[in-house]
Design a protein around this ligand. Structure first.
Ligand code: SPV
Ligand code: MN
Length: 627
C-alpha cells in the first residue's frame, strides 16, 4: 500500500506539500492520508508543519471561509456551530466493534463493518472543492514518556485552529518516531455547509475504531465532536492505558499552594459543566490543565501530565468577580476563539452570566437574534448558548503552572471527585483509603445533567469517575484498573469527594462559588498531614476550627458554627438512597463489576445504619466529633 499511497499523494499534492509529507518517513501515516484523499476528494491538500506560517495559514483560512469572524481585539475570533450542533452527540458517538466483541451495554457501539461503511459513506466526496488540512499534534508534553503523537485530517480550519491553541505541535515529533505505527489518527469533515454550519446534522456521526486507533467524525463542527485530540483521543487513550497499566482521566491538574510556598499537585474529575475549570483556576493557585490528564507510576509515585496545553472552557458565568483570571484573559489581546456567544453590532462578544447587561439583538447560534426570538419549536432562543465556549492557551494565563510542559509530569498528592449533587454529599470528605476512594467516591459518582451534551438537563445520572462518556473498556474492568493502579505506590494520592452544589430545603445553595477554594486548601493540608479530621461513616471531614481559620485567612469570611452544621450535617437517608441507586446500576448494567464494590457498599451501608441508629438520620458534625 505504501508505494501506492505515495503515488496518490504525488498526484494530489503540490511539490511543496508532498515534500512536507514525505519528509516524515511513516508509511502508515502516508496510507492514512492517501486513503482520506481518495475518500473525501478534496480540492487541495495543505500539510501543516510546526511553523508559525502554517498556523497563520490556518487562522487566515478560517476567516476566509467564514468559519470564524475576527473581533475587535487582536487575536480574537468567534465561531458558530449549527443550532442543533451545540454539544457532544452521545447518541451518535459509537465504538466500532468487530463481530463477537462487546464492551457491555452501557457503552454505545455499532458493528464495525456496518459502522465503517456508514461513516465512510457520509465522508465520501465530502471535501470536494475544499482544502484538506493535514495536521500533526502531540498529546502530552513533547518528548515525554506520556506523549502520544497524532495526525488530524480535517476540512475545518476552525477545528485545526482550535487544535493549534489546545495542543503541542507534533510535526517534529513525527520526525522522531520515524516509521513507528504508534500514533492516533483522526479524520473529520464538517460535511455540506449552509450559512457556514454543518447542514446534515441528522447524519452526524462520531465513530471510534479502538483496534485501528482511528476516529471518524462527520457532519458536525462542535469541538467536543470534532477536535480529535480532545474527547475522541481520550477514548483511544483509555483503551491503550488499560493495556499498559496507566490511567487516562477526565481530570484537571493544578498546583495547590499550601503554607510556606509548598505546592501539592491535585487532579480533579468532575462531569462537564460542574466546576472543573473554575477549580483549576482558583485564585492563588496554578493551573496545569483543566480537562484531561494521563497518570503513570514512576519510581513508586503517581505522576501526571495535562494532555493539552489550552482550555476549551464553558464561558457561561465567567465574570470578573467569580473568574477574574479568565475574564481578564478574555478581554486581553491574546489568541482566543469564542464559540456560540452573542456578537453585538460593535463586534463584541457577550455571554450568559458575564455580569453585564446583554444587548437585545445581535448574531448568535440561531443567526440574527433579537430579544423574544423563538425557534421552529416555539422555544425562546437565549442570547447565547449555555454551552458557549472560549478556547485559549494556558501559557497565556497569569496563573500558568511552571511545570505545564515538564516531560516527567507532576507528582500527584490528591485526587478530588465531584458532581452536581443538591442533597447528599457534604462539601468535602476524604476517603478512608485509595480503594474506598475509588469505590465510594469515584465509582459512586452521580451528577445532575448539564448543557454540555445534547439532551435533557437536570436529571440525576450515574457518572463513574466523571469519565462515563469516555470509557472505552467494560466498566467493571475500568474500576479494577483504577483499584490496581495504587499497587506498588508507596504513598498513593489521597482521594476526596467534593460537592459545590448542596442546597437547603428551599433550594438555596449552601455555598458561594468562592468556597471551593477552602475545600481544596483543606485537602492540601490533609495530603501533607497538617490537620486532624472527624470520622463519618464514609470518610473524614474537616474540624470546624480549621475551616474557620481557612475561611478567614483566604476569603476574609466568617465561617460560623451554623454554616458548618448546615453544610457538614451528615445525611444518612440520602446517602443510603444513593448507595442503593448506584448499586442498582452496577447490578443491572455492569456484569463485570468487581465484588469489592458490592462489599464496600455493604460495609458503608452498615456504618451508615449504625450511625443513624445512634444519632438519628441527620447527624451534626459536632456530634460526630466525639467519635
Ligand atoms: C466536556 O464537555 O467535558 C468538555 C468539552 O470538556 S467537550 O469538548 O465537549 O468534551
Ligand atoms: Mn471535559
Amino acid at each position: 500500500m505504501a508505494g501506492n499511497a505515495k503515488d496518490i499523494l504525488k498526484q494530489k499534492l503540490t511539490g511543496e506539500q508532498y515534500n512536507r509529507l514525505v519528509t516524515l518517513d511513516n508509511s502508515k501515516m502516508h496510507s492514512f492520508v492517501a486513503d482520506a484523499i481518495e475518500l473525501t476528494n478534496p480540492g487541495s491538500v495543505y500539510v501543516c508543519t510546526d511553523s508559525p506560517d502554517d498556523i497563520q495559514h490556518i487562522r487566515e483560512l478560517a476567516v476566509k471561509n467564514g468559519e470564524e469572524i475576527p473581533l475587535d481585539i487582536k487575536g480574537h475570533t468567534c465561531h458558530f456551530d449549527g443550532y442543533h450542533d451545540q454539544g457532544r452527540d452521545k447518541a451518535n458517538t459509537k465504538y466500532l466493534l468487530p463481530v463477537g466483541s462487546t464492551l457491555g451495554e452501557s457503552l454505545n457501539s455499532v458493528e464495525k463493518e456496518t459502522g465503517v461503511a456508514e461513516v465512510r459513506g457520509f465522508l465520501k466526496n465530502s471535501m470536494v472543492g475544499r482544502e484538506m488540512l493535514v495536521c500533526f499534534w502531540c498529546l502530552g508534553p513533547v518528548g515525554s514518556e506520556f506523549a502520544i503523537p497524532c495526525i488530524q485530517i480535517t476540512d475545518s480550519p476552525y477545528v485545526a485552529h482550535s487544535e493549534s491553541i489546545l495542543y503541542r505541535p507534533g510535526y517534529e515529533q513525527f520526525k522522531k518516531i520515524g516509521d513507528s505505527p504508534e500514533f492516533f489518527r483522526f479524520l473529520h469533515s464538517e460535511g455540506e455547509l449552509e450559512h457556514n454550519v454543518s447542514k446534515n446534522v441528522e447524519k452526524r456521526r462520531v465513530y471510534i475504531d479502538l483496534e485501528e486507533e482511528i476516529v471518524y467524525s462527520v457532519n458536525t463542527q462542535y469541538g467536543g465532536n470534532t477536535i480529535g485530540l480532545k474527547k475522541l483521543a481520550l477514548r483511544l487513550a483509555l483503551q491503550k492505558a488499560s493495556r499498559q497499566g496507566w490511567l487516562a482521566e477526565h481530570m484537571f491538574v493544578m498546583g495547590v499552594h499550601g503554607p510556606k510556598d509548598r505546592v501539592t499537585y491535585f487532579t480533579g474529575a468532575f462531569p462537564s459543566a460542574c466546576g472543573k475549570t473554575s477549580t483549576s483556576m482558583l485564585p492563588g493557585q496554578t493551573i496545569v490543565g483543566d480537562d484531561i490528564a494521563y497518570l503513570r507510576k514512576k519510581n513508586g509515585r503517581v505522576r501526571c501530565v495535562n494532555v493539552e496545553k489550552g482550555i476549551f472552557g464553558i464561558i457561561r458565568d465567567v465574570n470578573d468577580e467569580d473568574d477574574p483570571i479568565i475574564y481578564e484573559a478574555l478581554t486581553s489581546p491574546i489568541e482566543v476563539i469564542f464559540s456560540n456567544i452573542l456578537l453585538d453590532e460593535n463586534n463584541k462578544p457577550h455571554w450568559l452570566g458575564m455580569g453585564r447587561e446583554l444587548p437585545t439583538k445581535g448574531i448568535n447560534f440561531s443567526g440574527r437574534w433579537f430579544e423574544g426570538k423563538t425557534d421552529d419549536q416555539g422555544k425562546e432562543v437565549p442570547p447565547a448558548h449555555k454551552n458557549a465556549r472560549y478556547c485559549l492557551s494556558i501559557p497565556d494565563l497569569a496563573n500558568c503552572d511552571p511545570s505545564l510542559d515538564d516531560p516527567q509530569g507532576v507528582p500527584v498528592g490528591g485526587i478530588v471527585y465531584g458532581g452536581r449533587d443538591s442533597d447528599t454529599w457534604v462539601p468535602v470528605e476524604q476517603a478512608f483509603s485509595w480503594a474506598e476512594g475509588i469505590i465510594l467516591k469515584g465509582a459512586a459518582l452521580e451528577s445532575e445533567t448539564t448543557a454540555a451534551t445534547l439532551g435533557k438537563e437536570g436529571l440525576r445520572s450515574f457518572n463513574l469517575m466523571s469519565n462515563i462518556d469516555f470509557v472505552s473498556i467494560p466498566l467493571g474492568r475500568y474500576i479494577q484498573i483504577n483499584l490496581d493502579f495504587a499497587k506498588g505506590v508507596g504513598k498513593p494520592p489521597l482521594i476526596f469527594s467534593v460537592n459545590y452544589f448542596l442546597r437547603d430545603k428551599a433550594g438555596k445553595y449552601l455555598n458561594s462559588m468562592a468556597d471551593k477554594l477552602i475545600w481544596i486548601l483543606w485537602a492540601e493540608l490533609r495530603a501533607n498531614g497538617d490537620v486532624d479530621a472527624i470520622k463519618t461513616p464514609t470518610g473524614f471531614i474537616p474540624v470546624y476550627d480549621d475551616l474557620a481559620r481557612l475561611f478567614s485567612e483566604h476569603l476574609n469570611v466568617e465561617f460560623t458554627r451554623d454554616n458548618y452544621v448546615q453544610q457538614f450535617t451528615f445525611r444518612v437517608p440520602e446517602n443510603l438512597a444513593k448507595l442503593d441507586r448506584v448499586e442498582k446500576v452496577y447490578r443491572d448494567k455492569v456484569p463485570d463489576t468487581p465484588q469489592i464494590l458490592f462489599d464496600m457498599f455493604d460495609e458503608a451501608r452498615g456504618r451508615l445504619k449504625a450511625a443513624g441508629a445512634k444519632y438519628g438520620d441527620y447527624i451534626g458534625p459536632f456530634n460526630l466529633a466525639g467519635n
